[in-house]
Design a protein around this ligand. Structure first.
Ligand SMILES: Cc1cc2nc3c(=O)[nH]c(=O)nc-3n(C[C@H](O)[C@H](O)[C@H](O)COP(=O)(O)OP(=O)(O)OC[C@H]3O[C@@H](n4cnc5c(N)ncnc54)[C@H](O)[C@@H]3O)c2cc1C
Length: 383
């Protein structure tokens, strides 16, 4: 994998690892499994500059780099899930503005996302609209000077801690009854609130949101009316590969734990690492992770080079890496025997943490639909 990265990227990876081993490991120890983003975590991630690779230089970032975001997510996810989710949400909750925001929106929101002053989120999913995004029912009604938003969103990560959100809502017109548009909303807007905090199998700040006739000025519309679906898909096409990176990081952390445990656990008079059955598991785990890594960085490099087939590469990376990491972590639990299912052992936590990755930002089944569609399309092209 190293040959795919520049010396500067490799130095950045080293820097991420140093941060994770030091400051982040301390924060993980201090806060444990949490359902909010502590200020100390937000400030620490911000100081380390992680958010800046999501934002163009003109607006306070270092310039968008999918490779750097993947390198960071790989390391953060292996160390402390809430840190990884926070980086991911800063990306999901700002990219629509990066893509289609007005200069005024960019000036207002992007520098504060880059500096970590503001946490943001991405609110697409609803009770009746999960995989089928187009069936969402939140409505933005045009009113004098702006829009009035009503509806509910669910499964919104960092929704409790976020200072702002990108909201997707229907803006029906006679000629486009299915039109979806994107809006930026700030915490404190009348009618916009957390409806309910949700509990998952692993630590996560996740909520359902309520919009009860929340009034937004027309300046909060991102892009043009009806651009929302395209903006949501473009954002997911970027961030999906980074979910793959997070999965690789979790899988690697589990493999490292399994290696150390296998070398020290003695049964039948010798460390279990001497058993061929364990060696074969380790070989399969290491190979699966390396293959996943290659797909992830291939997609990230394509994104940074503006390649036309990024969406396909991102779906392949997400599908393969999240499925592989889940299997790797399951094998790591197996290598730990009973210790592997003890509450709060590292592999037990990873086992719970990796599971949602095969669901969010498009389930594995949806990735397969995207991939197969592209494969059939290519096959139908005249040779
Ligand atoms: C931890 C977590 C964090 C999340 N964070 C966010 C967030 O920040 N913002 C946000 O907007 N959303 C978020 N989500 C929502 C997430 O994107 C959705 O859960 C996901 O898109 C799936 O939707 P659903 O849960 O409604 O499942 P459904 O769409 O109801 O799917 C149920 C099952 O049916 C399968 N299925 C559905 N349609 C098809 C089909 N056409 N072909 C084959 N199989 C199909 C699915 O693959 C799945 O296995 C989060 C979810 C989780 C679990």
């Amino acid at each position: 994998m190293e040959i795919m990265l520049s010396p500067e990227d490799l130095a950045y990876r080293h820097q991420c690892k140093m941060y994770a081993r030091g400051e982040l490991a301390e924060l993980a120890e201090r806060f444990g499994e949490i359902n909010y983003v502590p200020e100390a975590l937000r400030l620490s991630l911000a100081r380390a500059g992680f958010f800046k690779y999501l934002i163009p230089e003109k607006y306070g970032g270092y310039g968008l780099s999918a490779v750097r975001v993947c390198l960071a997510r790989e390391v953060l996810a292996g160390t402390y899930g809430p840190a990884d989710v926070t980086l991911a949400m800063q990306g999901l909750g700002s990219y629509p503005i990066v893509l289609a925001g007005t200069d005024a929106q960019k000036q207002k929101f992007l520098p504060s996302v880059a500096s970590g002053e503001r946490l943001t989120t991405f609110a697409l999913t609803e009770m009746g609209a999960g995989s089928d995004v187009s069936s969402l029912e939140t409505v933005a009604k045009p009113i004098h000077g702006g829009y009035c938003l009503s509806g509910r969103k669910r499964f919104i990560s960092n929704g409790y801690s976020a200072d702002m959100a990108i909201i997707f809502a229907k803006t029906r017109t006679a000629d486009n009854p299915k039109a979806i548009s994107a809006f930026v909303i700030e915490k404190g807007t009348k009618g916009y609130e957390v409806d309910r905090r949700l509990e998952l199998i692993s630590a996560h700040d996740i909520v359902s949101l309520k919009l009860d006739r929340a009034v937004l000025p027309k300046e909060n519309l991102i892009g043009k009316i009806g651009d929302g679906f395209k903006l949501a898909m473009q954002t997911l096409n970027f961030m999906r590969m980074t979910v793959g990176a997070a999965a690789v990081g979790m899988g690697q952390a589990a493999l490292d734990e399994a290696l150390a445990y296998a070398m020290r656990r003695v049964q039948f008079g010798s460390p279990i690492s001497r058993q061929q059955a364990i060696k074969f598991k380790i070989a399969e785990m290491a190979t699966a992770l390396e293959a996943a890594r290659l797909l992830v960085y291939r997609a990230a490099i394509k994104k940074d080079h503006g390649a036309p087939d990024v969406a396909l590469a991102a779906s392949m990376a997400k599908l393969y890496a999240t499925e592989a990491a889940w299997r790797v972590i399951d094998q790591a639990v197996q290598i730990h025997g009973g210790v592997g299912v003890m509450k709060n052992s590292k592999v037990e936590r990873l086992y719970r943490e990796v599971r949602p990755l095969r669901i969010y930002e498009g389930t594995s089944e949806i990735q397969k639909l995207i991939i197969s569609r592209a494969v059939f399309k290519a096959a139908e092209k005249p040779k």
